[in-house]
Design a protein around this ligand. Structure first.
Ligand SMILES: CC(C)(COP(=O)(O)OP(=O)(O)OC[C@H]1O[C@@H](n2cnc3c(N)ncnc32)[C@H](O)[C@@H]1OP(=O)(O)O)[C@@H](O)C(=O)NCCC(=O)NCCS
Length: 180
């Protein structure tokens, strides 16, 4: 992943909170800006379905009162992942938490805000006794995830909708408090 500048104007007040109904418009707009040019955007209905599947493991990044990022995660069987743009299948259980999507608004990238979202995810996973966190790295982001402790599973092929460079990855949820 390319290096980017540190934001000129970092937000003074950053909170990570659960997603409220009024956040979904902003979340869909963030998603569209992040992925539309890579043809990976799912759209509001699909995003909301992820949120409904597991509200306790989905978060919005509130920066000076505005939603400027989000993270959607849900329990999902290991080595599988949701179809992009698909309706969410309800009721997965088990000890694997799937990080379906994380986005930070472009003008705030490089300031450690994704790290803060990921730290919240890890703490939540630990508290809820998940043993692993999985994800699909899209469009060349695998190195970003490797640096955050995720390892690839080359034998697991993500659905074609994730694009030709998609890589299924996972990491253990450590019992210690460190790590994001
Ligand atoms: C990936 C993403 C969430 C990182 O958010 P962030 O808040 O900038 O991340 P942090 O500041 O915590 O960490 C900075 C990392 O992001 C990279 N980065 C910084 N600014 C970036 C930018 N404008 N665009 C892409 N990556 C950027 C840096 O190289 C750094 O990686 P490194 O520490 O491994 O070298 C963000 O770039 C994003 O929303 N990208 C589009 C959506 C996406 O690709 N999500 C991941 C799908 S698998």
């Amino acid at each position: 992943m390319a290096r980017y500048r540190t934001p000129a104007c970092a937000p003074a007040d950053v909170r990570i909170r659960h997603i409220a109904a009024y956040d979904w418009g902003a979340i869909a707009a963030l998603e569209d800006r992040a992925y539309a040019d890579r043809e990976l955007a799912e759209g509001r209905e699909a995003l909301q379905a992820r949120g409904r599947a597991s509200p306790g493991t989905c978060f919005v990044l509130d920066a000076d009162g505005a939603p400027e990022g989000y993270l959607l995660a849900l329990p999902y069987p290991r080595f599988r992942c949701p179809e992009l743009r698909g309706a969410e299948e309800a009721g997965h259980t088990g000890d694997n938490l799937h990080l379906h999507d994380i986005v930070v608004a472009e003008h705030l990238r490089g300031a450690g805000l994704a790290a803060r979202l990921l730290a919240r995810l890890t703490a939540t996973a630990r508290a809820r006794r998940f043993r692993r966190i999985s994800l699909v790295a899209v469009a060349g982001t695998a190195a970003f995830w490797t640096r955050r402790g995720y390892g690839p599973h080359p034998d697991v092929a993500p659905p074609a909708g994730y694009g030709p460079r998609a890589v299924y990855m996972s990491r253990a949820v450590s019992v210690s408090k460190e790590g994001g």
